[in-house]
Design a protein around this ligand. Structure first.
Ligand code: COA
Length: 775
């Protein structure tokens, strides 16, 4: 037995605060329970009344002679705790707390909610709410409507959870009009004890629920949501309206990755998460219904080839355009079908797909032609468009098509471009009819979404692979940097960190003086790039601090001298005053992509021979300057791999076109780590610039497999090292041969919130999720 069963499958219900007052919530709840024919016993509880609604009332829950499974609480907030104690005395295991005035109202309410939750936990109860509209279980064996919603729901196979009670009422009303039925409806209220994740788990194996709809304002435990939803969506579609798309924009960010998250302001974290777990996100309640109709009344299509049957040309053209835009194919009819259609239709009819029967088509013709199209092996779904002429009623047309639904396992969607009366009549005379839309586009969109869902179901789950890594070395490196008070890792450290996870980096060297530079130059292959490093030096190119394509030692020395003069350091003198650089010096100025701005430079892997150079120190006025020398390699394509921390979701991994493309076309995609092998490959395929990586005008494609492995390794690094707030490799140079791959610039910023580290680590333990009340 599930701990939520007393709430959803009770045999007896107490309505505490059941009222005689017409229009009061306490009265409406009791009324709905009776009106919906609850199969068990109902006990009104009210100290001031002997009978309510002609039913014997009790002054307290404990005075009820029979066992009570669930108490629906509708008393003023101040009385709720005493009622919960009373329920505990009676052995009640489930509560639905409709009363508001808790955490949604401020500090005082939060205190009340804390006390309420403590009692619920102490008594080993489960609770929906507080501040909710109630729950419905439409199972014919239960028939429980414990809400105060005015409309009783139709019975169906949809589990619906709503974080907004008011919206829940609207949805119940509209669903009735659209002939959509529910198995469960749950208004979650403040989600104090029972979360969206708990309900998902409850419905995962529920035999009466085939489709899950959610209206959410927050996802309290996104990683757990991802684990659960990923599994469920393989069997049952989940459609979610998540409000609050625009809230993420205000975050400060110091990398492209962070800035892109903030700038897009489109709740990219939620989008990434939902994409990864196959949850279908919609923006409006209207879209939610469009999909609810299609999914709840149809099987998932087996392919993307659509047949269109119409009695008017215009709407069929609209449907065709929409289908093509949405990636569906308007399938070709067989000669046999065309010949059969020809026999059924007048000469002016069109017997290719879309099949235009002309306005003369009777309900019988609709049904006969629909049958022919459904029999076609080359079609996977059917859209029937009906623009009412004088002689046929929509109800008759729909009745004819409905007759075919049992025979064929293909989705059939209808479009009726008629007035509301036609729909009222249809609902009344043909309950449980096929999914009907007012216009072709939403119907086609719904079919296209179903088709995408099929892809998701068929897509392999993938696995999170573990690669050999120098984990301890990486941790020590970060800890040492933190101990030195650094916020950003130095360039050599950042490169070293990547190497710990097998991510290839450019061969580079740092020199504090020109003499040192000369010595180091023997270890790298020309041509090279030289970059000036100095505290506070941000725009190196503009300051004359970058020289590319240096081919000889002489050119290198000359470039270094020019830089010293331009930037005003004293390294050129060679008078290397000894001593380690200060913390602030070390923590700034190393060459990151957006600071350097020389997109053409490309390099090869290897270690930095001298990661902590001495710096030339000068009298107070001059700049301590050192040099970063890197091998210069051309011909690769530039991509970006990044990570930023989202306040709610934790780390997000980004991939896209790098270098100048990051700032211009912003062609990037986000995912929540850990990435599976399938996730990594999808990320690469899903950017718009994928074609550029495949190679244009005879260019060979890059090594996609090697790139995907780098993304997986990067994800592993991000998961292992929660000390990092942002990481960015930009550009990562990618080539047709994996041996040429190398990170040219890397930026690593450490988190200033050590608690984030333990949060993230504990979030990896599955049990840790269960301990959290909210999800
Ligand atoms: N045990 C049993 N019954 C009790 C009780 C107790 N400890 N304390 C009060 N009652 C009875 C009252 O006598 C009254 O019955 P009566 O009308 O027959 O006299 C009934 O419970 C309701 O109490 P009342 O004081 O009239 O409160 P109310 O109806 O004005 O408000 C709530 C109660 C719960 C509806 C109100 O506090 C509230 O929270 N409203 C908002 C609900 C909401 O919007 N929820 C979120 C939806 S999304």
């Amino acid at each position: 037995m599930d701990t939520l069963d007393p709430i959803f499958k009770p045999q007896s219900i107490a309505v505490v605060g059941a009222s005689r007052r017409a229009g009061s919530i306490g009265r409406e709840v009791l009324h709905n329970l009776i009106e919906y024919n609850f199969h068990g016993k109902v006990f009104p509880v009210n100290p001031k009344a002997d009978f309510i609604h002609s039913i014997k009332a009790f002054p307290t829950v404990s005075s009820i002679p029979d066992p009570v499974d669930v108490a629906v609480i509708v008393v003023p907030r101040e009385d709720v705790l005493a009622v919960v104690d009373d329920c505990a005395g009676k052995g009640v295991k489930g509560l639905v707390v409709i009363t508001s005035g808790f955490s949604e109202t401020g500090e005082e309410g939060r205190r009340f909610e804390k006390q309420l939750l403590e009692r619920v936990n102490q008594y080993d109860m489960r609770m929906i709410g507080p501040n909710c509209m109630g729950v419905i279980n439409a199972d014919p064996e239960i028939r429980m409507d414990a809400t105060f919603a005015p409309a009783l729901p139709l019975e169906g196979r949809i589990g619906f959870m709503s974080q907004s009670g008011a919206l829940g009422v609207v949805i119940l009303n509209m669903a009735r009009e659209l002939d959509i039925g529910f198995s469960y409806f749950v208004s979650m209220g403040n989600k104090a004890n029972t979360s969206g994740n708990d309900l998902l788990l409850y419905w995962e194996d529920d035999p009466l629920t085939d489709l899950i709809l959610m209206y959410l304002e927050s996802i309290g435990n996104p990683r757990r949501f991802m684990q659960i939803a990923r599994r469920i969506t393989k069997r049952k579609p989940i459609v979610l309206v998540k409000a609050g798309r625009t809230g993420a924009g205000a975050r400060a960010a110091s990398s492209h990755t962070g800035a892109l998250v903030a700038r897009q302001g489109l709740d990219v974290a939620t989008d990434a998460l939902l994409d990864q777990c196959g949850v279908i996100r919609v923006n409006t309640v209207k879209e939610l219904f469009d999909l609810a109709l299609a999914f709840s009344k149809n099987p998932i299509p087996r392919g993307n080839r659509l047949g269109i049957l119409t009695n008017a040309g215009g709407p069929a053209i609209m449907a065709t355009d929409a289908a093509i835009n949405q990636g569906l194919e308007v399938g070709k009819l067989s000669e046999r079908a065309a010949a059969e259609l020809r026999k059924l239709l007048p000469p002016e009819a069109a017997v290719s797909n879309p099949v235009d029967m002309t306005p003369k088509a009777s309900p019988r013709t609709f049904a006969a032609c629909a049958r022919l199209l459904l029999e076609e092996d080359g079609l996977d779904s059917l859209l029937v468009i009906f623009v009412p002429p004088m002689m046929a009623s929509p109800t008759d047309v729909v009745a004819g098509i409905d007759g075919l639904r049992k025979e064929f396992t293909k989705p059939i969607l209808g479009v009726i471009m008629a007035t509301e009366d036609a729909f009222d009549e249809l609902n009344e005379k043909q309950p449980g009819h096929l999914a009907i839309y007012h216009f072709p586009e939403p119907a086609v969109q719904a079919l296209a979404t179903m088709e995408r869902h099929r892809h998701w179901r068929e897509r392999p789950v993938g696995e999170v692979r573990e690669f050999p890594a120098e984990r301890e070395a990486a941790r020590e490196l970060l800890e040492a940097a933190r101990a030195r008070g650094e916020v950003h890792l130095s360039a050599p450290d950042a490169f070293r960190l990547l190497e710990c996870y097998g991510i290839p980096v450019v061969r580079s060297a740092v020199a504090a003086t020109i003499e040192e530079l000369e010595a180091q130059a023997k270890q790298v292959r020309f041509p090279v790039v030289l970059k000036a490093i100095a505290p506070g030096l941000v725009h190196k190119t503009e300051a004359g601090g970058v020289a590319v394509d240096i081919r000889t030692l002489e050119e290198l020395i000359a470039a270094a001298r020019r830089m010293s003069e331009a930037i005003g350091g004293d390294a050129a003198t060679g008078s290397a005053a000894t001593g380690a650089a200060t913390t602030s010096e070390r923590g700034s100025g190393f060459g990151f992509a957006e600071e350097d701005g020389e997109p053409g430079a490309t390099f090869r892997e290897s270690r930095t021979p001298n990661p902590e150079p001495r710096r030339a120190r000068s009298p107070a006025s001059s700049t301590p300057l050192s040099f970063l020398m890197q091998e210069y390699v051309r011909g690769g394509r530039e991509v970006i791999v990044g990570m930023t921390q989202d306040p709610n979701f934790g780390p997000l991994v980004m991939f896209g076109l790098g270098g100048i493309y990051v700032e211009t076309v912003k062609d990037v995609i986000f995912r929540v780590p850990p990435l599976t092998d399938v996730d990594a490959r999808e990320m690469i395929r899903q950017i718009r610039g994928y074609r550029l990586l495949e190679g244009v005008r005879g260019e060979p494609p890059i090594d996609f497999e090697a790139l995907a492995v780098i993304l997986e390794r990067f994800s592993q690094m991000v998961e292992d090292l929660p000390q990092m707030a942002e990481v960015e490799i930009n550009p990562l140079m990618v080539f047709p041969e994996c041996r040429d791959f190398c990170a040219v610039d890397a930026r690593v910023r450490m988190t200033d919130r050590p608690s984030a580290i333990s949060d993230q680590l504990s979030a990896k333990q599955p049990d840790a999720f269960l301990l959290k009340a909210e999800s």
